[in-house]
Design a protein around this ligand. Structure first.
Ligand code: AGP
Length: 613
């Protein structure tokens, strides 16, 4: 996902922009660029394919681009291959208007044809260049007028930074769907795609809403609607500690965030200002629903992408198992296009770490448009999904920088467990004793996760045997299938090894034909009632040469007869085992990726938050 940083103020802009872009590297990118308002109404710019380091070297850390107003960009290619010419900023022909963009202009082909008929020439394959020429087309000396006219013509998603050469005392930020914030301190004003980029300079930020325009000057900002009406906005004070977005001595953000999982679980169970377990009761105040309203929920639709979707699959097993409320889980990218059937008594739950995933945001909007309440389970405070959902249940995992989610995923599981237990309580589908046991077991999870994390050496050794693997399979039954999905994705996304997750009982219906001598199969078996079934599947696999890694409860010693390698997890409630089984699978993937020399925190082709469809 692209990154945007802008600055206008008393300081030199280029170093601040480069520093901010470095904080956004986790979003994934393939090129970088910067434009600075220079002397005599010129715009100086540099842009190049490759890592941010290339731009830093090209500009000697920004020294060759003096000026106190500018915009910068890291590009994650959507239209047009990674190249110098496709890098941002993009310009009008005279290079008097510079634009950086995160998002997709869906009608760019139409607009490009329209402009070409008017004599405009294009030099890149990007959709963004259309914006620069459209601004040129409408610009008669009034930036706000030109920007809002373009907004009325353009379809799609955009977060923009815009600089006009003849207006060097102002910058413009524009937003529709793609996240964008602005901030201010005593020396100037900032534009950024995300908080970490400017947290070092200011904690006072404004979340730009859809179809808003911000005019930034050295010492103040003005906010406007698409109709040029000035509006007032309240700032949000960011209370993250600055090094929460740093590695703090860990080799990778992913490793740091894996080790933050006990804290993320604790914070989500018991948020500082709003504990969710009080005595013998679970209180989820953010739901703001009476017991009768909760009892009236007849069906839940959980909608999400990637790992958040996998958490939703776990949620289905736990909520249906404990509360006997029907749950349907959908991939967000499918949900909005399959004309879903949402019946009366349904509530939609969207799950998202970033709160900016375009597909998930679209599913939220589709559900609300149909008149259904949406609960957002979100990690980033103030994100788009958090602000547009009817209700928000935050996962207090703190900022998650590594592209591969770990602590936010674990916190999502906790949120879903709490929801399941609350619904079970109000629906009386669990006895008082079962409820007490659930409360006791869920509180033990942080320490049990810590135990597994500290027991990592044997997993690292095992992982080193598989850095050359070509195909790895993850299988499980019931709730163990849900964790197999997440284990498989973790391995794929950071080690680039092909992997598949399968319901253990389904393997023999086709995919078992792929099993060859020494093919690694990770069999997750934490459901006592299914132990024997999974052992039968393991026997089938070993008969065909597979090497079987079993992840199972510490009391399941019988599995040792069939598995080639066993990783035990502490005993917990059958509904909570995913929170423990995922730890060795995360560590396995991390060490395989490390052994292969992959970029663990910023895997190729991936972005931390996919704000485009
Ligand atoms: C998970 O490791 C990936 N980074 C990806 O699948 C992610 O879970 C997905 O893109 C959803 O992101 P979100 O939770 O921010 O919506």
């Amino acid at each position: 996902m692209c990154g945007i940083v802008g600055y206008i103020g008393k300081e030199q802009a280029a170093p601040i922009i480069l520093d901010g872009l470095a904080k956004l590297e986790y979003r994934g990118y393939d090129s970088a660029g910067m434009a600075i308002a220079g002397e005599d109404h010129q715009i100086n710019y540099k842009k190049a394919v490759g890592r941010l380091k290339v731009l830093e070297e090209l500009t000697h850390g920004g020294e060759t681009m003096p000026g106190t107003a500018g915009i910068g960009h890291t590009r994650w290619a959507t239209h047009g291959a990674p190249s110098d010419v496709n890098s941002h900023p993009h310009f009008n022909k005279e290079k008097t208007i510079a634009v950086v963009h995160n998002g997709i202009i869906e009608n760019y082909i139409y607009l490009r044809d329209y402009l070409m008929k008017k004599g405009y020439e294009f030099i890149s394959q990007t959709d963004t260049e259309v914006l620069a020429h459209m601004l040129d087309y409408y610009y008669k000396g009034n930036p706000l007028e030109a920007i809002t006219k373009v907004m009325h013509r353009v379809e799609g998603s955009y977060a923009l930074g815009v600089l006009f050469a003849d207006q060097p005392d102002q910058l413009f930020a524009v937003r529709k769907d793609s996240p964008l914030i602005v901030g201010q301190n005593e020396d100037g004003c900032f534009i950024a795609s995300d908080v970490p980029a400017i947290l070092k300079y200011t904690r006072k930020v404004y979340f730009v809403e859809n179809q808003e325009v911000v005019r930034l000057r050295e010492d103040h900002m003005h906010f406007y609607t698409i109709d040029e009406e000035e509006i007032h906005k309240e700032p949000t004070l960011i209370d993250w500690d600055a090094n929460a977005a740093e590695k703090c001595g860990y080799e990778h953000f992913m490793l740091k965030e894996m080790y933050e999982q006990p804290k993320a679980i604790k914070e989500t169970l018991m948020p500082q200002n709003n504990p969710r377990i009080r005595g013998d009761e679970i209180t989820i105040e953010e739901l703001d629903m009476t017991d009768d309203e909760l009892r009236a929920i007849k069906k839940l639709h959980i909608v999400a992408c990637g790992s958040a979707y996998h958490a939703g699959v776990t949620g289905k097993y736990v909520i249906e198992g404990l509360a006997r409320v029907s749950v349907e889980v959908d991939l967000a990218s499918e949900f909005r296009y399959r004309n879903p059937i949402l019946e009366e008594g349904s509530m939609v739950i969207v799950i998202s770490q970033s709160g900016e995933t375009a597909d998930t945001l679209a599913a939220l909007r589709e559900s609300k448009a149909r008149g259904f309440k949406v609960l957002g389970i979100v990690n980033v405070v103030g994100s788009s999904i958090a602000r547009e959902a009817d209700k928000v249940m935050y996962t207090w995992a703190g900022p998650e920088i590594a592209v591969a989610t770990t602590k936010a995923y674990s916190a999502q599981l906790i949120a879903l467990y709490l929801l399941a237990m609350k619904l079970a309580r109000v629906n009386n589908t669990v006895t008082k004793e079962e409820y007490q046991k659930l409360l006791c077991d869920i509180k033990l999870l942080p320490d049990q996760v810590e135990l597994l994390l500290n027991n990592k050496n044997h997993i690292q050794k095992f992982a080193n045997r598989y850095i050359g693997a070509k195909d790895v399979f993850f299988i499980g039954r019931g709730i163990d299938y849900a964790i197999s999905l997440e284990g498989s994705l973790k391995l794929k996304e950071i080690s680039y090894i092909h992997s598949e997750a399968y319901a253990a009982g389904e393997l023999k219906h086709g995919t078992i034909s792929l099993i060859e001598d020494k093919t690694l199969v990770a069999a997750v078996s934490t459901q006592e009632a299914l132990y024997q079934k999974t052992i039968s599947n393991m026997v089938e696999l070993k008969a065909r040469g597979a090497f079987v890694l079993a992840v199972t409860n510490e009391d399941n010693k019988a599995i040792e007869k069939e598995a080639d390698y066993v990783i035990y997890i502490p005993k917990t409630n059958a509904y909570f085992t995913n929170s423990l089984a995922i730890i060795p699978l995360q560590l396995f993937s991390y060490y395989v990726s490390l052994g292969k020399g992959c970029d663990v925190d910023k895997p190729r082709n991936l972005a931390k938050s996919v704000t485009v469809e």
